[in-house]
Design a binder for this molecule. Structure first.
Ligand code: AMP
Length: 221
């Protein structure tokens, strides 16, 4: 199964992709995480991507796409994956179909996580991320047990540079400019399913799991 999670920054794509990957035993591929890993490692790609990310802009397609192609060569992705953060625009959606076509595969369905702007700003403004394992926390919604320390691996938590309010607004604008094309692309192909993600993570996960089950059942012969 190859699933895309689409939605604005702060809709919970990363959180849902992680738990969904565990529940379904599919690989979680996050282009944002891969890029941050490159930035932290000071790689050539990371150095090229950094400024775009800090300004809340999209990293040029060719850089992100090449990175995704490399990731898709890894054997764990063959059983299927949950893709979070890609595609971000129509060109990337078309490129992804091309890449998967070459691998004799296809996107099965796209979950559009829909959240209201006030929820998004509240979620992103308070988000804390672990420097080592990437786990997400939130200052009020899901505070860590110890101040600024990861519950899972005891490393330090930090606020992403692009989670500052001004950059959040820029990221939302970038998203709104690109999303219409993506929505019609997947709607025309009958692959798009909308799930409201204003509620807490468990409620949203249950809704997505119900959807996956319903789609899986309907595919049975
Ligand atoms: P995310 O973690 O998905 O919110 O991504 C963080 C930042 O990484 C975005 O604001 C972009 O600068 C960059 N990024 C992630 N995925 C993509 C993509 N598919 N295309 C272009 N830029 C991306």
């Amino acid at each position: 199964m190859r699933i895309i999670l689409l939605g604005p920054p702060g809709a919970g794509k990363g959180t849902q992709a992680k738990v969904l990957a565990e529940a379904t035993h599919l690989s979680h591929i996050s282009t944002g995480d891969l890029l941050r890993h490159n930035v932290a490692g000071n790689t050539q790609l990371g150095n090229k991507a950094k400024d775009f990310m800090n300004k809340g802009m999209l990293v040029p397609d060719e850089l992100v796409t090449q990175m995704l192609i490399e990731r898709l060569k890894q054997p764990d992705t063959q059983k299927g994956f949950i893709l979070d953060g890609y595609p971000r625009n129509l060109a990337q959606a078309e490129t992804l179909d091309g890449i998967l076509n070459n691998l004799r595969a296809a996107v099965d369905f796209v979950v559009y996580l829909d959240a209201s702007e006030s929820v998004i700003i509240q979620r992103l403004g308070g988000r804390l991320v672990c420097k080592a394992c990437g786990a997400n926390f939130h200052v009020t919604n899901m505070p860590p047990k110890r101040d600024m320390i990861c519950d899972n691996c005891s490393s330090e938590l930090y606020q992403r540079d692009d989670d500052k309010e001004e950059t959040i607004r820029k990221r939302l604008l970038v998203y709104q400019n690109e999303v219409t094309g993506l929505v019609s692309y997947y709607r025309q192909r009958n692959k798009l399913y909308r799930v409201s993600s204003d509620e807490g993570p468990q409620v949203v996960l249950d809704k997505i799991m119900q959807l996956i089950k319903a789609l899986d059942d309907s595919a049975k012969v």
